[in-house]
Design a protein around this ligand. Structure first.
Ligand SMILES: *Cc1c(COP(=O)(O)O)cnc(C)c1O
Length: 231
């Protein structure tokens, strides 16, 4: 068993993250804006995740279906879980009843499967459209110029509710891309009802992302330390 003392680095990391978020919010945003901090759990042991929940983290982000299923039983269930990783259509069935939002919807086909399973399970699934704002081949997400068509298609579907946009901008020139996301999100929110979430900002750019209107920052290494993929 990991001892509490061994997890004290999480207390300190979270303190710093909260402080920087508060500073960025004070500087760039209005006091009634709500900015959520998500703890991204990939490769992190349930003990460490639960420790973060004890410290007040109420939102967890999952990337991989398999890994999530193997850890979920050990989670403190008081935190909400959202899916943020690339999602294959044939895996939606494994998470449909345990996550509150799927942030990584980038095709109508994926949306249709979420819709089908949500209806079958008598629920409504909140979703975000993932935008590949940097046009990078290595990343998933819809290209900005395909977003309207995707959102039009998704909004016809039963059992899903589009709440906004998510992105992982290119690590360099992140200012430019965060700014473009803000423009895109502002446009989408002015044209469509129910938009309240712009999910952007990770360990290296969360303060910047808050400057550009993020409502949800997703933090992994900044909270839990460097990821160890060997485990
Ligand atoms: C891993 C991951 C994060 C967190 O990244 P860090 O740089 O470790 O904070 C955020 N969002 C997504 C989609 C991720 O896969």
């Amino acid at each position: 068993m990991t001892k509490k003392n061994d997890l004290a680095y999480i207390d300190e990391n979270l303190r710093i993250i909260r402080e920087r978020c508060a500073e960025a919010k004070d500087r760039y945003r209005s006091s009634d804006d709500n900015i959520r901090i998500m703890a991204v759990t990939k490769t992190v042991a349930p003990e460490a995740i639960n420790h973060a929940v004890e410290l007040g983290i109420d939102l967890l982000g999952e990337n991989r279906v398999q890994e999530y299923l193997s850890k979920a039983d050990f989670y403190d269930k008081s935190a909400e879980v959202q899916f943020i990783g690339h999602l294959q259509t044939n895996k939606v069935k494994y998470i449909i009843n345990s996550v509150s939002m799927i942030q990584s919807v980038d095709s109508l086909k994926l949306g249709q499967e979420i819709s089908r399973l949500a209806v079958k399970n008598g629920r409504v699934m909140d979703i975000l459209c993932e935008v590949n704002i940097g046009g990078e081949d290595s990343k998933s997400g819809i290209a900005p110029d395909g977003l309207d068509e995707l959102m039009d298609g998704l909004s016809e579907l039963e059992g899903i509710r589009i709440r906004g946009l998510m992105t992982i901008p290119p690590p360099s020139d992140s200012d430019i891309f965060l700014g473009r996301m803000k423009e895109l999100y502002d446009k989408v929110s002015s044209e469509r009802k129910g938009m309240d979430t712009l999910s952007m900002g990770m360990t290296h750019d969360y303060a910047e992302a808050i400057k550009y209107g993020s409502t949800l920052v997703r933090i992994g290494t900044g909270l839990f330390g460097a990821r160890d993929y060997s485990k």
